[in-house]
Design a protein around this ligand. Structure first.
Ligand code: HEM
Length: 549
């Protein structure tokens, strides 16, 4: 038979065989990485390692990380492989604290690509590493000071009122059954457009406004988008090598155009606003004095810096003096735009879904909102929001049950040894360093938020929606570092306070004007979308909404 096969086919088959063989060896080379170190693990499978279910969208990311966490009950940490990159999953809150805070100098990066030649959008604060991140973080921190937040408040209130009007229109046109996720995403999109860029997003008025349709592209739950996000987050090195882009290129083009027009308009008309875009424009033009840290830094004379630190000091100073490039400015805008709506939309929609299922909590919250609004002259005010204690607990409990991201990630940037603990299983001496585990530079860390949030030793009866878990006493009596919806340490979410305020304003409006009941279109307990690394309900988040009398 073989003589009938043309030789070129034989050659091609042989070459293909060799290529596949090489890829196989390359990917599986380190599959015994954790086993060799005596770290609890599961056998990886070609080609996705331990993350096949995540990559192939066989299980929602939230459920996936929860199960991975639960399988290693009693262990302080476990090790896995994402395609060919080893990652550590810490379970112990003390170890988590070390990684995020105490030993931050060993774990200051997320290990994501940040390289203009690969993708200019990767130069954003979330991706940036080391000193570049540090400098930019200091420069951007003034975006959400208390003063700026107060300034944003009237804008948010106006958009929350537009949300109310839109829901009323929606009910009048299509009945009381409403899909909330998209509605509140439109609110959050318009809010960030207005407070950060001074632009009218117009997506509440028109669901097909370009600002919204392009935003949808970034977080669409298509398999392709799922592969892109998952690969960038959990196997960044490989994604970098194969050129996976950070955001959808059509959305990027549109948004870059919007930012350019806004910048040109402000320059041409000498318009200045106290917002994020203005801050960035100042940095772009070299007016970097807005960061208090920077001023502090430049005021330290060189002679006062110890000799061993001079090199770092000078390097730092040089970076500070360099203003933001055009690509850096656009990358920050794109990140703030996208970070601002998906997380808030997820939080608000799950929150209202839970309120629709728990009518007594809904009523208690409504009583609180009514009372505070009444005591503030019939208005939702900045001060009034701070007085809504149950509101804060309800939002926190929502983030416990529905964390936007199923895990936090870091990369080890300086060798670290996890010290042994008394309860650790016995291991061969050769596997350990002074009885501890050596974490090598480049090792990725995935902190399983979804697992911690449902661990019954920290949150008894975890499926129950119970805002009292976040009363002052309950927080005090709980082990710290088990609830981290915004992350922790120097890389904590920069938009945390704004995200909470934006959600609270909308929730106050919604609870004040409407009542919510369960809809049969969304199951209870909720099923999550398998194709979205950001937590999303499968088929949307439906509730029955009626106007209050
Ligand atoms: C409810 C709303 C939000 C949630 C739940 C959320 C959650 C998170 C989480 C979990 C992280 C990773 C933190 C870590 O690794 O320790 C993060 C980082 C970040 N978030 Fe948010 N976020 C929200 C809203 C926002 C908003 C409104 C913005 C901006 C307008 C924003 C901008 C960012 C940025 C820039 C980072 C990267 C910070 C850095 O690496 O220095 N987030 N967020």
């Amino acid at each position: 038979m073989i003589e009938f096969i043309p030789p070129w086919i034989l050659w091609l088959t042989a070459i293909l065989g060799i290529i596949i063989g090489c890829i196989y060896i390359l990917i599986t080379w380190d599959y015994r990485y954790w086993m060799k170190r005596g770290v609890p693990t599961l056998p990886p499978k070609f080609p996705f390692g331990n993350l096949s279910d995540l990559f192939l969208a066989r299980r929602p990311p939230q459920d996936f990380y929860r199960e991975l966490y639960d399988r290693f009950e009693g262990q302080r940490y476990a090790g896995f492989v994402a395609i060919n990159e080893p990652f550590l999953m810490p379970r112990d809150p003390e170890l988590i604290k070390s990684i995020l805070v105490k030993e931050f100098s060993h774990f200051h990066d997320r290990g994501l690509p940040a390289d203009e030649s690969y993708d200019p959008m990767s130069l954003n604060l979330f991706n940036l590493n080391g000193k570049r991140w540090n400098v930019l973080r200091n420069k951007l921190s003034p975006t959400f000071t208390s003063g700026k937040m107060k300034g944003m408040f009237p804008l948010l209130r106006k958009i929350a009122d537009e949300l109310r009007e839109t829901i009323e229109r929606e009910i009048a046109a299509s009945g009381s059954e409403v899909e909330l996720k998209e509605l509140v995403a439109r609110y959050a999109t318009d809010a960030i457009a207005s407070v950060a860029f001074g632009v009218d997003g117009g997506s509440l008025v028109d669901s097909n406004a370009e600002f919204r349709t392009k935003a949808r592209l970034v977080f669409s739950n298509s398999l392709l988008n799922h592969l892109r996000t998952t690969a960038t987050l959990v196997a960044p090195q490989l994604s970098y090598k194969v050129g996976v882009e950070t955001f959808d290129p059509i959305a990027v083009d549109y948004f870059v155009k919007v930012v350019k027009e806004a910048v040109d308009y402000r320059k041409k008309n000498a318009v200045k606003r106290a917002d994020f875009l203005q801050l960035l424009m100042g940095l772009r033009e070299g007016d970097g004095k807005s960061s208090s840290d920077e001023i502090l830094f430049s005021e330290v004379p060189l002679r006062n810096v110890s000799f061993s630190h001079r090199e770092g000091y000078i390097a730092h100073l040089c970076i500070l003096l360099v203003s933001l490039t055009k690509a850096e400015l656009e990358a920050q805008c794109m990140l703030f735009y996208t970070a601002g709506f998906e997380t808030t939309a997820s939080l608000l929609s799950f929150c209202i879904y839970e309120l629709s299922q728990n009518s007594s909590i809904q009523e208690q919250l409504r009583s609180e909102v009514d009372a505070v609004i009444k005591s503030h002259g019939g208005e939702v005010t900045y001060q009034g929001l701070a007085e809504m204690r149950l509101m804060d607990r309800v939002l926190n409990e929502t983030m416990r049950k529905y964390p936007s991201l199923p895990m936090l990630f870091r990369e080890c940037t300086k060798e670290f040894i996890i010290p042994p603990a008394t309860g650790d299983a016995k291991r061969w001496k050769a596997e350990t360093v002074n009885g501890g585990t050596l974490i090598e530079v480049g090792t990725k860390i995935h902190i399983p938020l979804a697992g911690l949030n449902y661990d019954s030793q920290y949150f008894p009866d975890p499926e129950r929606f119970d805002p009292d878990r976040f009363s002052d006493e309950a927080i005090k009596s709980r082990q710290p570092y088990v609830f981290l919806p915004f992350g922790e340490g120097p890389r904590i979410c920069i938009g945390m306070r704004y995200g909470m305020m934006q959600s609270a304003v909308a929730l106050a409006y919604l609870v004040y004007h409407f009542k919510f009941r369960p809809s049969e279109r969304t199951t209870h307990p909720i099923l999550f979308d398998k194709c979205s690394i950001f937590l999303a309900a499968k088929g949307g988040c439906w509730v029955q909404i009626s106007k209050r009398d």
